[in-house]
Every structure is written in structure tokens, then in C-alpha cells.
Design a protein around this ligand. Structure first.
Ligand code: HEM
Length: 362
């Protein structure tokens, strides 16, 4: 597609954009809206419609400002010990040797535990967050209507949980690290929309990082020379994380809707026609990344895995911190990791492993 039709209209009407330059410029194209037309993504009353990523303009800017505060500046220093504790608790376990499904053992649990602690979710409620997140991931891929029709959907249920959770936090007056601005957020949005967005943060804040960590170990298990290079020079850990994000971008595609008739590379697109930006394809564009399918620790770290422009990921630093922390712990623990068996997820929006058995040798 990249070579023959970098902007391609499918027979069902949606437009797909694949090349690095075109995806990159489309991400900052203000004619392409983030707000789904009615009937797309979720029905009008769904909690998902309030999510930050589906807002535009001033409403988006104000909400983003409120949510991203703890991630910037000194905020990162507060996140680091939470990350370190979770990694130590889950990878410090002496049982982790021999053939281990690392997805079950820790790649899913580390980011889940971190986001729950950062949002003040009690450990005993973490299993509910997991139970809601899988179906939400599937809605984002397959569409809301096909999956749920009129039935209550997991995004609404998760939001309901967070509305109650926020109510308790406000009553107790003790805010967890990512919710220091909660009183202001609730004043500005009301409890319901605030709860919906914190539910979104809980989902977005781990469902992608889980796959970053799984894919990272997958590639290093397949390339012992790179594993050895990292053991010799831990300073390369951030490169390994960036290269995994490029090669196995956890967010593979992003949707936009033109506010008016427009054109991308001369291809005319109607108002409200769905435009799908294929980040995964852009990040493997050989025009941008020579020998693009090769995992290469020496490559520049710049890629589109976290998006670009006004909606660029607010959790980037946290996700990278988690990837590096798990990798450093793994490098310290295991002399070698070898692939035994794996299963990629059946999902075209989120790329990652459902299972990954590695032979871990201390
Ligand atoms: C490897 C991990 C991650 C990847 C690959 C990733 C990827 C992305 C991408 C591509 C976007 C842009 C969406 C768009 O333009 O429509 C985005 C937005 C977002 N991400 Fe992440 N993300 C990751 C981790 C996180 C974490 C850890 C958090 C929070 C703790 C987070 C919170 C968000 C939020 C709130 C947005 C919406 C921003 C906005 O619309 O202004 N993400 N992410």
C-alpha cells in the first residue's frame, strides 16, 4: 500500500494513509478532526465521547492542561518510585526462571499496577480494571455497535467505577500522584466527565505500555547479539525501547474525520469520511527508516509511536520510564532470554502479544 497507494480509499469508503511523511503531516492537519461524527466510535451518550482524545480546540486544550500537569516538570520525579516499586515487586520474584509466559508473569501486571497506584486504585480492584480494559480495546478496533448494541458497555461501567472512586478521594482529601489537580478538574467538568476521563487515563495509561514491554522482550529474545550488547551497555536501554515502539507500534492506527472536503496528496476526501492514519506502517516506511524491518539499537529514536501535534501522548515519559525500568531489571536478572512460544493479539488497532513464553536463564 505504501508504495502503490499511500493514500488509499477502501471499497467500504474509509481512507487509509500509510507513508511516514503523509501520516506525520496528517497528525498536525487541523482540517482533520478528532471528534467522531454521530454514529462513529460510540453512541452519543457513551462515556467514550467525553474522552480527551475525542475533544477539539479550547475544550481539548483546557482538559489536556488539567490532566497532563503531573506528567511534566517535577512530576516525573513522583512517578519514578512508583515504577521502581512495581518492577521490583513483580520481577524480584525468585521463581522467574526456566520457561515462563512473561505476559502472565509480569508484562501485563507491571503497567497495570503502576497506573492503578498512580490513580489511587486499591490493589484489590485491579482485576476489575483488567476485566474492563480488554473489551474496551476490542471496541476501539471493531467499533462499538457491533460489540454491544444497547447493552451497557465496559467504558461506561469503568467510568461509573471512577466516578465513585473520585467521590471517595475528594471526601478523604488525599490525592494520588496523577490526581493532584482533581478538585479543579471536577469543578471544571463535573464529577461525571472527570470520572470518564480518569477511566480513559487508566485504560490508555497501561494498555499500550503492556504491549511495548512484551514486544521489547520478544525482539531481544530473537536477537541474542542485541541482548548481549545491552548487557554490556545499559545506556542503550532507551534506544531499545524507542526501536520497539517504532517496529511494533502499540497504537497501530488513529482515526480522524475531515471538518470540510479536503485533499491528502491530491486524493480528495469528503467531509466526515473516516481517515485512518496507519502509524505502524509509517514507522516502517523505508523512505524514513532504511532497512525498516530490522531491529536496530543504533537508530535515531524519533518516530510517530506517540503521535504528534496537539494530541501527542501525555504519558510518553511514563511509558518510556516503565520500558527502561523493566528492561534494566531483566538485563540484571537473566544472562539470556530465548523465545519458546508466542501469540500475537488479534486486533488491528493495538499491536501486542497475548502470550510470550521465554526461556529465562539467570
Ligand atoms: C507505549 C505506550 C504508549 C503509546 C504507544 C501511546 C500512544 C499514544 C498515541 C499515538 C496517542 C495520540 C492519539 C491521537 O492523536 O489521536 C496517545 C494519546 C494519549 N495517551 Fe498515550 N500512549 C502510551 C502510553 C500512555 C500512558 C502511559 C498514558 C497515561 C498514563 C497515556 C495517555 C494518553 C492520553 C491521555 C492521550 C490523549 C491525549 C490527547 O488527546 O490530547 N498514554 N497515546
Amino acid at each position: 500500500m505504501r508504495r502503490q497507494a499511500p493514500v488509499w480509499q477502501a471499497p467500504w469508503g474509509d481512507v487509509y494513509v500509510t507513508g511516514y511523511d503523509l501520516v506525520s503531516s496528517s497528525l498536525v492537519n487541523r482540517t482533520l478532526s478528532h471528534v467522531p461524527p454521530v454514529g462513529e466510535v460510540a453512541e452519543p451518550h457513551s462515556a467514550m465521547r467525553d474522552w480527551l482524545m475525542y475533544q477539539e480546540g479550547a475544550a481539548h486544550a483546557a482538559l489536556r492542561q488539567a490532566l497532563q500537569q503531573p506528567f511534566v516538570g517535577k512530576g516525573a520525579a513522583v512517578l519514578r518510585p512508583v515504577v521502581a516499586d512495581a518492577v521490583e515487586e513483580l520481577l524480584g520474584d525468585a521463581e522467574l526462571s526456566g520457561d515462563v509466559d512473561v505476559v502472565t508473569a509480569f508484562t501485563r501486571a507491571v503497567p497495570e499496577r503502576i497506573i492503578c497506584r498512580l490513580l489511587g486504585v486499591p490493589d484489590e480492584d485491579m482485576s476489575m480494571i483488567r476485566a474492563w480494559s480488554g473489551p474496551i480495546r476490542n471496541i476501539l478496533d471493531a467499533g462499538f455497535d457491533d460489540a454491544f448494541g444497547d447493552r451497557p458497555n465496559p467504558a461506561d461501567e469503568m467510568s461509573g467505577y471512577f466516578v465513585e472512586h473520585l467521590r471517595h478521594l475528594l471526601a478523604a482529601g488525599r490525592m494520588p500522584p496523577l490526581l493532584t489537580g482533581l478538585p479543579g478538574l471536577v469543578d471544571a467538568l463535573g464529577l461525571k466527565a472527570a470520572g470518564r476521563n480518569i477511566a480513559f487515563l487508566a485504560f490508555a495509561g497501561h494498555e499500550t505500555t503492556v504491549h511495548l514491554i512484551g514486544s521489547l522482550l520478544f525482539h531481544l529474545a530473537h536477537q541474542p547479539a542485541q541482548w548481549s550488547a545491552l548487557r554490556a551497555d545499559r545506556g542503550l536501554a532507551a534506544n531499545a525501547v524507542a526501536e520497539t515502539l517504532r517496529l511494533e507500534s502499540p497504537v497501530q492506527k488513529i482515526c480522524r474525520w475531515p471538518l470540510e472536503p479536503t485533499a491528502i496528496a491530491g486524493h480528495e476526501i469528503a467531509k466526515d469520511q473516516l481517515v485512518v492514519l496507519l502509524i505502524g506502517a509509517a514507522n516502517r516506511d523505508p523512505a524514513q527508516f532504511p532497512d525498516a524491518s530490522r531491529f536496530d539499537l543504533g537508530r535515531a529514536r524519533q518516530n510517530l509511536a506517540f503521535g504528534r501535534g496537539a494530541h501527542v501522548c501525555i504519558g510518553r515519559a511514563l511509558a518510556e520510564m516503565e520500558g527502561v525500568a523493566v528492561l534494566e531489571a531483566a538485563l540484571g536478572r537473566w544472562k539470556s532470554i530465548e523465545p519458546v512460544a508466542w501469540q500475537w493479539m488479534d486486533n488491528s488497532s493495538i499491536r501486542g502479544l497475548d502470550a510470550l513464553t521465554l526461556r529465562l536463564t539467570a
